[in-house]
Each structure stands twice: as structure tokens, then as C-alpha cells.
Design a protein around this ligand. Structure first.
Ligand SMILES: Cc1cc2nc3c(=O)[nH]c(=O)nc-3n(C[C@H](O)[C@H](O)[C@H](O)COP(=O)(O)OP(=O)(O)OC[C@H]3O[C@@H](n4cnc5c(N)ncnc54)[C@H](O)[C@@H]3O)c2cc1C
Length: 228
């Protein structure tokens, strides 16, 4: 059966970094979704998935999209203007927050992989149930690639038990240096009952899966959303 598509109007476009835009989209009726889900953009016979980065309960959705200059979809998407209309699917996916209380959650991501975690963390912050300890390990190449850096720093300063670990692989700065793996491995040493959520491109996801297994975490303790 042919998938039902929705017409989404681009309400706002915000530049987050040299290669990343945040799109706000509205549809005639707000799209029901849960934090962690994604929609599929359909464009000239091409279909590409994008995680929803804002929390449910608004009459718009936000997407964080990285430009792949040689890609089939993102160059066209980056040429769109406010007011343009695109075809999108309803929300999909089972990369969701746990339905049982947790002591702690470690979110591990690179680049636009921050999208579903932004939605999840905002949902938890606004939930009436008590928030678990949260560790956000966010890998990027350079400082200008870090999405919402000030927002995460502010949140760490004001939110008890929210811990932010930005780490850079390709430029030196005063913060953490290298890849995400040693960072979450250290956190794991002192928090054996953590639940891990991992999101980003293939290499990071595959290596993290191997590393968590090697650290002794069971398959029930980690969830993945792989972008390619
Ligand atoms: C469930 C899911 C959720 C996703 N959510 C997002 C999201 O929130 N934001 C987002 O930007 N992308 C997301 N993606 C990836 C997205 O669907 C596209 O693959 C991406 O935008 C490239 O599309 P394209 O047509 O421009 O390039 P393509 O023509 O598909 O790209 C060609 C090649 O480049 C690789 N590639 C593309 N972009 C990058 C990159 N930035 N880094 C490394 N390799 C890359 C692809 O794997 C592919 O091999 C998601 C993918 C999945 C499966």
C-alpha cells in the first residue's frame, strides 16, 4: 500500500554551524510523535530519514540536517526557503525512552546524532517523574561543529545530575580531546547499571557497540540509531 505523505511547510530555518541547519516544519494537523522518532522526507523519488529534535506537544517539528555536498537530497533541501512545502511521512521508529524508571542514562552521539537526544532530554526535563542521572557524551571534529553547545553548558550548570562531555577529534581546545569511546568507558566504570543510547554515523555506532560489549554491558543495556 502506498505510504500516506503529509505536506509540511518550512516555517523557519536556522543555521547551527557551517554545515548544519535546523528546520522547523508545520503540517495541517500536528504530527503525533514520541521523542526519538524520525520522519522521512520524500523528494524527487528519493527518501531520507531525519530525527525529530524537539519535544512532542508543539504544533511544529524540528529537524537538524547536515549538508552532504555530494548527497542526493541535502543540497536540494539546503536550497529551500521559508514558506516552501515538502513531503514528509508520519513519525516512525522505536528508538524511544525507556518505559521503566532508570538510575542513569548515557547518551552517546556525534554531529546531528544529537537530534533525538535533544528531544528525549527535553521530554525528561518536563516530565513529572523524577529524572535519572544523565550523561551526554557529544563527539565532534571542531568547536564550531558542536550543536547547541551553550544550551548544554547552561543545562549542566543549572540541572542537578546532568553531565555534559563535549569531545573534539580534530582540533585542540581546553576541553576533552579525541573520540567518544574513552569518555563513556570512564563513565561506565563507576556506573555499571547505566542504560546507553547511541546515535550517529556507522563507524561510531559499530565501535561503540563493540566497546560496550567488551565492557560487559548486556544487549538490554544499549540502544542504537544508526544514520547510514
Ligand atoms: C533513522 C535515521 C535518522 C536520521 N536522522 C538524521 C538527522 O537527524 N540529521 C541528518 O543530517 N541525517 C540524518 N540521517 C541521515 C539522512 O537520512 C541522510 O542519509 C543524509 O542526510 C544524507 O542524505 P543525502 O541524500 O544528502 O546523501 P546521500 O546521497 O544519501 O549520501 C551519500 C553518502 O554519504 C554518506 N553521508 C551522508 N551525509 C554524511 C555525513 N554528514 N557524515 C558522514 N557520512 C555521510 C551516506 O552514508 C552515503 O554513503 C538519518 C538516517 C536514518 C537512517
Amino acid at each position: 500500500m502506498k505510504e500516506k505523505l503529509l505536506k509540511a511547510t518550512i516555517e523557519n530555518i536556522k543555521s547551527l554551524s557551517p554545515r548544519v541547519l535546523e528546520f522547523s516544519l508545520s503540517t495541517k494537523f500536528p504530527i503525533p510523535f514520541e521523542s526519538g522518532q524520525f520522519i522521512v522526507i520524500h523528494h524527487k523519488g528519493i527518501e531520507r530519514s531525519y530525527s525529530i529534535s524537539n519535544q512532542p506537544g508543539n504544533d511544529f517539528i524540528e529537524l537538524i540536517v547536515s549538508l552532504n555536498k555530494e548527497g542526493q537530497l541535502t543540497p536540494d533541501l539546503f536550497s529551500k526557503k521559508v514558506g516552501d512545502v515538502i513531503d514528509i511521512s508520519e513519525a516512525k521508529g522505536s528508538f524511544l525512552l525507556p518505559d521503566t524508571p532508570q538510575n542513569g542514562i548515557c547518551f552517546i552521539c556525534t554531529g546531528t546524532g544529537i537530534g533525538p537526544f535533544k528531544s528525549m532530554i527535553e521530554t525528561m526535563l518536563n516530565s513529572s517523574s523524577s529524572m535519572p542521572a544523565i550523561h551526554l557524551v557529544f563527539g565532534n571534529r571542531t568547536e564550531e561543529d558542536i550543536l547547541y553547545h551553550e544550551y548544554w553548558k547552561d543545562l549542566e550548570a543549572k540541572q542537578k545530575d546532568f553531565h555534559y562531555y563535549p569531545v573534539l577529534s580534530q582540533s585542540s581546545w581546553e576541553g576533552l580531546q579525541g573520540y567518544v569511546h574513552p569518555i563513556y568507558s570512564d563513565i561506565a566504570q563507576t556506573n555499571p547499571d547505566l542504560l546507553f543510547y547511541v546515535c550517529g554515523w556507522k563507524n561510531m555506532c559499530v565501535e561503540t557497540r563493540q566497546q560496550l560489549k567488551a565492557l560487559g554491558f548486556s544487549r538490554r543495556q544499549y540502544k542504537f540509531e544508526q544514520y547510514d
